[in-house]
Structure formats: C-alpha cells, structure tokens
Design a protein around this ligand. Structure first.
Ligand SMILES: [Fe+2]
Length: 306
C-alpha cells in the first residue's frame, strides 16, 4: 500500500497564502504517483484559524480525499495555539496561549475534520487521541503530541507531551491481539531527534537550546520504550520543517515537516512510503519546478532498509 506523507501545511490565507497552491500541487503529484492514502501529521493551519481548516477541507473535497479511507490527519501545536504572525503578536502570544482552552480547541479540530475520523478505533467515545485505522496489512495509530500551555515548561506553546492516559490507551491499542500481524505506524506531530542531531558542535549547542525551549517532546523515552515493546516499525511526524529520515532503537522515523512551509518559494516535497507485510520503503518525491506539468518528478532519496 502506498502512503503519501505530508506535514506542517501552515495554511494561513492572510499571511501565508503561498502555501495553498503548494499543497494542491503536492496532492496532485502524490496522486499521479499512485498514493492510495494521505497522512498529514499536524499543523494544518498556521494560526489555529478555523477559516483555514475550511480552506483545507475544500481542497481535500476537490480531490475526493475528504474521506477517512483516503486521508488521516492528526493535530499539531499550531492547530491549537496558532503562532505569532506580526512583531506585535510576539508580545501578545503568551497571553493568547494562556487564554486558549486546549480541550475545546482539540474538539473544534476534530469537529472540522469529522469525516476523516469515521470508523476510527478508539478506547473512549470522548477521547479522539489516540485512534487507529486498520488497513489490510497496516495499522495507523494517531496521537496528539501537543503539550498544554505552561509559562515554564511550554512558554512558546510548541513543546510536546503525550499524557499518561494517552500512553495507556496507546498501549492497549498496539497490543491488541487482532493487530499482531499488522505493520504498526505511529503518527505524531513532534519529533524524536536524538540530542546531538546537528553535525557541528556550535550548531549542536544552538540546536539543543532551541530544542529545549521550543521543540522538545517530553517523555520521549517512555514512548520509545512503548513503541519497541509493541513492535512499532515506523513513526511519521513533522514539527521541525525539514525532510529527514532517521532511526532510533531500530525504529524508523520519517519527518515530512518541510513538505510545504519550507521557506522556499515554490518548492514542495513529500515522502512516498510503500508498506508491504515484511518491508517498508520510503523515498522523497517532489513535483518539478520547471514544468507546469506536474507529472514529472525528482526522486532524491531511496532507502530500502526495513
Ligand atoms: Fe509544530
């Protein structure tokens, strides 16, 4: 089965309108290349504006993808808290976050995209995360990794945390006997980069500082342990705006955070992931910039290790 993994669309009609044609082009490109299911790992919107959720729904509808069997999405921190858009916003942002009702925002997100949560497997009617979708050989399991706001632990509302309740439910889903032969794929917004992800020491110091304040997923070790014990093969995420593949404890991680909101005028890319019962292959694929005809593509990475 061929999955298209896209992340961090950061749609904002007011300040980032260029991301709208980019996502349309990327979806068309994925369809032209045989994608059977789309996975979008959070930050659909840049500023948690419901108008931008509607814009994305319309795009999905146009491609006949506003269906649970065709598209799976999870929530990102920007879908709950948004982000500062102007210099003035930087000062107002902490107060805005403090006044944001986290659970209400999650419920709104689900309500907007309810078509994509049809037939999901959940352990509690009122808790939408974690959820699972079952395919012939694959089990997709989505979690909400966005932490609640805290002046000290999450001052920019962009750090991650997966609650104990979510972890318990996650374990219950992953260890169900009926799923034991499925290839288990976790969808999370936040990344699992090891501490020293940058290659140069000065970059490393800077990265670790940024990571600690703005990007950190607290409780990574507990989640990694759970993934290992539950035979998880692949984790798809975004949050950090780059395209990257890496391994932790033998588990493959793919970041498609740079697919749309990458600071490059017209450039878009996605991971195409083929999942077979005993093998997973992944490649970065991008629509050609030179041609209006989006069927041409440039493949950058092919990795066959499973
Ligand atoms: Fe994010």
């Amino acid at each position: 089965m061929r999955f298209a993994h896209i992340s961090d669309l950061h749609l904002c009609t007011k300040h980032k309108s260029e991301n709208i044609p980019k996502i349309k082009r990327l979806i068309q490109h994925a369809l032209d290349n045989g994608a059977q299911h789309f996975v979008i790992t959070g930050d659909i919107s840049d500023n948690a504006d419901e108008k931008d959720f509607v814009v994305f729904k319309e795009i999905l509808k146009k491609f006949d993808l506003l269906r649970s069997d065709k598209t799976t999405i999870i929530i990102g921190n920007h879908d709950i808290f948004g982000g500062p858009q102007t210099a003035q916003d930087v000062f107002n942002f902490p107060a805005k976050c403090m006044n944001t009702n986290y659970h209400e925002r999650v419920a709104k997100f689900i309500d907007h995209f309810k078509e994509l949560f049809v037939n999901t497997i959940r352990l509690h009617d009122e808790l939408y995360f974690p959820f699972a979708k079952e395919f012939k050989d694959v089990l997709l399991v989505g979690i909400n990794s966005a932490a609640e706001y805290s002046r000290f632990k999450n001052p920019f509302a962009s750090n991650g945390h997966v609650s104990k309740t979510q972890r318990q439910f996650l374990k219950a889903i992953l260890t169900k006997n009926e799923f034991k032969n499925k290839v288990k794929i976790i969808l999370t917004h936040h990344h699992f980069y090891p501490k020293n992800v940058a290659s140069h020491s000065s970059e490393r110091t800077m990265w670790n500082k940024i990571e600690n304040y703005t990007m950190k997923l607290r409780g990574k070790k507990k989640l990694l342990k759970l993934f290992l014990e539950s035979n998880v093969k692949l984790v798809l995420h975004g949050h950090s705006h780059e395209m990257k593949e890496y391994f932790r404890e033998g588990i493959r991680f793919i970041n498609s955070g740079g697919s749309v909101d990458n600071g490059l005028k017209d450039e878009t890319s996605l991971f195409l992931i083929d999942v077979f019962p005993f093998e997973v292959t992944a490649e970065i694929s991008k629509p050609s910039l030179k041609s209006q005809n989006i069927t041409t593509q440039e493949k950058l990475v092919v990795s066959l290790a499973s």
